[in-house]
Design a protein around this ligand. Structure first.
Ligand code: SAM
Length: 286
């Protein structure tokens, strides 16, 4: 079957020798912001697709996997999360999941690029349905600058839902950034960050562990989950804190008052299982 490139979006990555394609209906929008190039497509089978600097960000069909796993494991690991900061997350899908937790009193989202949110409001309104929640605060600034000015011991959970460690997202994977996060979190506070593909990006994951430990986080644990539109389809989020991260409020998960499409207590436990290769290459401190 000849490959008709005209009607396909393809993210091809030289470094990993991999590519991912989605068959298109049409291209809906493109703009260059002061920070990045944003494209929006309508696809044959995955609904709408947002692409930033050529990298897939979010699709209507499979974003629930990522947004649920970026929010719920960390929130159910913390004993009583009330004050949550999201760095990045401009499509607002993670914010929507965070605000499903009735005990969260404040969810502050800081994305460097307001245009991501405005385009998400237009093309992914279902992800933005909680933006008017009185507990939600949307700010548009560089995440590392925001953390520098955040009061010490003032947060329970920080969620870093950023682009890859290139361009504006690069600073969010630095030891300096993790030090600011450690200072802003209270003692049992938890940091969770999208940590790329355990299959393709083991070097990035290893660097994250080392920099988080250097910044004062004594424990890390990586959650593995599927995310079809991201490179290799095997994605992860890494938890960091100063308490054991394998234990979570399982009974609260069983009795949660909101619906998920993917996350539950068994998924939480399974996602924390450590692949054999990671046992060999990571000093796992949990
Ligand atoms: N799920 C996606 C992934 O894993 O690649 C991330 C989605 S979200 C759209 C990524 C967001 O990070 C973008 O909206 C981008 O503007 C934001 N971002 C990148 N660098 C940032 C920084 N230094 N401070 C705050 N937000 C940043």
């Amino acid at each position: 079957m000849p490959f008709d490139t005209q009607n396909w979006f393809t993210e091809a990555i030289d470094e990993t020798g991999t590519a991912f394609s989605l068959k298109l209906k049409t291209k809906l929008h493109e703009e260059q912001t002061p920070y990045q190039k944003i494209e929006i497509f309508d696809t044959q089978t995955f609904g709408k697709l947002m692409v930033i600097d050529g990298c897939t960000m979010v699709s209507s069909r499979d974003n629930f996997l990522y947004h649920e796993m970026m929010a719920h494991p960390a929130l159910f690991t913390h004993p009583a999360p009330q004050r949550v900061l999201i760095i990045g997350g401009g499509d607002c899908g993670t914010l929507r999941e965070v605000l499903k937790h009735p005990w969260v009193k404040q969810a502050c989202q800081v994305d460097i690029d307001e245009r991501v949110t405005r385009l998400s409001e237009k093309y992914f309104p279902e992800l933005c349905e909680s933006n008017q929640d009185p507990r939600a605060e949307l700010h548009f600034s560089d995440g590392i600058k925001w953390l520098q000015e955040t009061a010490p011991d003032s947060l329970d959970v920080i969620i870093v839902d950023s682009t890859d460690p290139v361009g504006p997202g690069e600073v969010l994977f630095s030891e300096e950034f993790y030090r600011h996060c450690r200072r802003a979190l209270n003692h049992d506070g938890i940091l969770v960050q999208q940590s790329e593909s355990p299959l393709l990006h083991q070097d990035i994951l290893l660097n994250m562990y080392q920099r988080m430990q250097a910044a004062g986080f004594s424990h890390q644990a990586t959650l593995n989950f599927p995310q079809p539109i991201y490179p290799s389809g095997w994605w992860s989020a890494t938890l960091a804190g100063n308490t054991k991260l394998q234990h979570f409020r399982e009974q609260d998960v069983q009795q949660k008052t909101f619906d998920c499409q993917y996350y539950n207590a068994d998924i939480h436990k399974g996602a924390l299982a450590v692949p054999e290769f990671m046992k060999k290459t990571f000093t796992l401190s949990d």
